[in-house]
Write a protein that binds this ligand. Sequence first.
Ligand SMILES: Cc1cc2nc3c(=O)[nH]c(=O)nc-3n(C[C@H](O)[C@H](O)[C@H](O)COP(=O)(O)OP(=O)(O)OC[C@H]3O[C@@H](n4cnc5c(N)ncnc54)[C@H](O)[C@@H]3O)c2cc1C
Length: 377
Amino acid sequence: MRILICGGGISGLSTALALRGDGHEIELIEKADGWRAEGAGLHLPGNAVASMERLGIAGQVAAISFAFPRIRYLDHRAARLFDLDLRDGSWPVFQATERAGFHEILRRALPDLKVIFGREISEISTSDKSAKNPAAVTFNDGDRSEYDLVVGADGINSSLRALLWGKELAPVSAGFSCWRWLTPLPPGQAEPHFMIGSGSVLLVMPVSADCAYVFASIADPDGTMVKQGADILQSAFSMYGGAVPKLLARLEQDAPILPGVLAQMLVDQWHQGPAVLVGDAAHGTLPTMAQGATMAMEDALVLAESLRAEPDLHLALSLYQERRKPRAQWVQHQSLKRMGLARLKSQPLVFLRNQLMRRMGPKVLASGWRPLIEKAF
Ligand SMILES: Cc1cc2nc3c(=O)[nH]c(=O)nc-3n(C[C@H](O)[C@H](O)[C@H](O)COP(=O)(O)OP(=O)(O)OC[C@H]3O[C@@H](n4cnc5c(N)ncnc54)[C@H](O)[C@@H]3O)c2cc1C
């Protein structure tokens, strides 16, 4: 088949990797002028290992990542709420890495991939619902071509999705702004820890022996804080203890600090004619379970398997959606539930939440990850 992959992020590259060797003619277009891996760090929970192994990158990722057996959960003063033991018998290793390094591993695994930068789809015609006829595509530079399959891997704000289903199908804000950056590992902080306050959370995640990824998020229903720049972090996290005062003191040195707003993307139908969505374009999720990259890799593998198993393209894409959608929805639901804990602001409710987390935290958090780790995708 002649396949066009739209987007060179984790899902686009994983799709190219999963389809490699199946005899397809694959072309990848990327809107940016060159490779860039937006984001700072990447937490890869235990279920990432299975898809990384199947894509053939697990060893290389392990070589550049930081593996950890537990995550500490603390209140905003850095008092312990509970420790989440991740070894849990047979769970594969949880790890974290710099996003740029992870992206580079995917790229290096595809030395022969045809990539065109600065290119986007401006029109697509998929009038044939049976997917028996190719999609006619017009690009932003006026070029036209036909493809047997077009894969939308262009992220949560997918333009391909908007072309196919309309712009009204858009991400739903979770009412949180966030900032991400890399910093030298704070002394004595060699373990990942997640701090939860009143309407805010902060994660410090080592990604190597001397570097940590920081994710800070504040409840911001109107999205006004994110427009004020990273300086807002100084006041929003001034009540935090532990390593946070030191992190705030070196914000300028650690720039760039990547701002964002947290949103979910709920899409009912993931394919139309010979076009299909993968990764965040199909099911962008909140980052609280750190599942985005893993879901993207799993999508890629299942799409490739479905194309191998079913010669009729429409049936293959239906099979892909059928296998992937329940798992992606589980992740979205669980991630939203976790975010709800950070929304609380009133002191009595925060007190009660912290009491509950001390007692129930490990069980509740492990139960979100367990089916993803223990059930094959
Ligand atoms: C704050 C935050 C923290 C996160 N932390 C984690 C984590 O720790 N672990 C984890 O697994 N996940 C995490 N995620 C989720 C993860 O980043 C995403 O799920 C993942 O990057 C999705 O990959 P993707 O390839 O689908 O989309 P993207 O990463 O958005 O990539 C899309 C690509 O398509 C390109 N593109 C966009 N539009 C077009 C177009 N019209 N034409 C061509 N190309 C286009 C973009 O330039 C980009 O290269 C986090 C997300 C956020 C917001």
